[in-house]
Design a protein around this ligand. Sequence first.
Ligand SMILES: NC(=O)c1ccc[n+]([C@@H]2O[C@H](COP(=O)([O-])OP(=O)(O)OC[C@H]3O[C@@H](n4cnc5c(N)ncnc54)[C@H](O)[C@@H]3O)[C@@H](O)[C@H]2O)c1
Length: 113
Amino acid sequence: MKLLQNKVAIVTGGSSGIGRATALLFAREGARVVVADMNDSAGQTVVDEIRHAGGEAFFRHVDVRSDEDCAALVEVTLGHYGQLDVAFNNAGIGGKKHRWRTRHWRSGATCWM
Ligand SMILES: NC(=O)c1ccc[n+]([C@@H]2O[C@H](COP(=O)([O-])OP(=O)(O)OC[C@H]3O[C@@H](n4cnc5c(N)ncnc54)[C@H](O)[C@@H]3O)[C@@H](O)[C@H]2O)c1
């Protein structure tokens, strides 16, 4: 059995670098992956790679600095897959101005990274 079989994962910053590699790995391990990023075309390419390899994924545009975008990301994921098990909050934001707010991420997921 694969490590993430029957799991649903969000990967922010999933269009490139660490996020892209993580999205591909999670999909190989059986997760249904929501690739979330500001870069739509690169994110769709990651989704295409996952699907080409037999996995399941979709892309969602998100700017993680936006509370509304983050809330919508979770809502869309739950609406599409009915569950959320893993959130790899990889897209980085820095400084006091963009201090992370957690209120939108309390949705019962079992693993926050
Ligand atoms: N690469 C490293 O050695 C390293 C080391 C320590 C920490 N990090 C952190 O890990 C994270 C990923 O690093 P990486 O090297 O893969 O970076 P990267 O630049 O290759 O990828 C970052 C991705 O995040 C997306 N992104 C940027 N701002 C966003 C936003 N506001 N909302 C949504 N998506 C956004 C970009 O479009 C891009 O696809 C970053 O937060 C980085 O600071 C990286």
